[in-house]
Ligand binder design. Sequence first.
Ligand code: HAM
Length: 531
Amino acid sequence: MIKAVRGTRDLLPPETALWNFVEAAARDVFRAYNFHEIRTPIFEETQLFARSVGEETDIVSKEMYTWLEDGRSPEQMLELAWVKVHGKGGDWFVPPRFQKPSYYPDIEFRPPAGERILLEFSSRPSLERLRLMRQYAGTWSEVCQQQPVLRLVTDREPSDFLQREAARLDIEIETVELIDELSQSLTLRPENTAGVVRAYIEHELWQRGLQKLYYIGPQFRRERPQKGRYRQFYQIGAEVIGPPSAGSESPARDAEVLELLATFLDRLGINDWTLQLNSVGCPKDREVYNEALRKALEPVVKKMCADCQRRAVTNPLRIFDCKVPEDQPIIAKLPRISQFLDEDCRKHFEQVQEILKAVGVPFTLNDRLVRGLDYYTRTAFEFTHGSLGAQNAILGGGRYDGLSESLGGPSAPGVGFSIGEDRLVLALKESAEAVQRKPDVYIAPLGAGMDREAARLARELRRHDVVVELGDESFRLKKSLETASKMDARFALIVGENEVKSGSFALKNLETGEQVSVPRAELARKIQSDR
Ligand code: HAM
């Protein structure tokens, strides 16, 4: 039996109702705060994540699903390599498939001088290909009254025999070198902030002022699966990003995002959350801090794990991501970022806190919180939730003022968050049952020909937003009523020949057992009034 891959899972009803409930609540809240949806691709160039999330992070160094794009056929690779050598120039088109020869060269190329060249890109030259090329050129010149130059482009030197044959058939052979940079390294997105900022730059969204964007969708990390941790997981996230002139740098934006999160969690009925808040300063502060960390690590780093020994050299801040128990006492004694914030960062952080106090969002300061991604500057935060154990970060986020520039974009300070939807659903107290909408009515067709009448009635009722489940005319009434009760329908509606003739239908309340006859036109209202 083929099973879902480890770390992935199927979401089935009734649990999916809970997911829909959460997503609908998120969309409602985003609307109230004037956020709009963005959907970015599920895979991007690997470089995007390496340059934003950071080479030294666990996510980029260990957890990404990366592959070399081999979707290109060898022929396409050859074509790209050939264009790289000769430039594009002239007209390109795949030759018309007149007379449909079983084989035709890949492309016709007309250089500016007007000479027609038929090119065949072949990674494996063969006698058969050479002959077919000649044959095709014959058809071509009959139709076009023009003799093209034939050229076979390949990446391997043909044998002496093939070279002689090519000369005999008047086919030029050109060997080109496949260039490695033409194959692309791609990665399933491990997070969505990088994709959003890439799209912001690509579509010049700064021209539209401050952008408030949200997304809901799957992310992929190759982590060790456990409760609340999956390899395909879902995030509900948002980013506020824009030119500094649009107020994107303001502490008011950080506070608004945090207040939105508090509102959202409260609305879902998750109230035992804790907001852990920190400022990781600006790049200048971090340089000084990293230096201080290196110094503090010097005498002890040899006792630490191999990862930490490497991090101490490349990116000391990442030492805080270490989960090795023996390293923790050393990490606990390291200097704290809060001692290294410059005046501007300190002020910015204070203003965020003041607004949070003013709007009544409680928080806990935690100057050990540096987050596992490199792009953060200033405000960094996580919301934790008691019931989740070790995997207790229900969401995380922060400010990333230099991210756009590091991806080649303009200055575009930003702040955002991502909620782990899987963990949110786990934390939700309501059972899936509570949000699952049960059928309002089960239609029981009685006797031959009644499926048709039942379908008509169902169509009418569904137009009035009544949730309808349809039975089958082959069922006896007893079986229909049992099925209706099993699925917790509120009513059963009996559709027999007499009912259709009279235009009045027997509607049975399955909870009370009461049965009334209701005229067709009043059915929807009667069912709804009882909700
Ligand atoms: P993150 O902390 O890497 O931040 O992920 C955010 C949340 O996604 C985590 O708090 C957790 O709830 C959930 N999550 C992460 N990995 C997994 C997993 N393997 N299984 C289940 N849930 C998981 C980011 O992704 C940033 N993009 C947040 C952000 C947005 N910062 C600024 N804007």
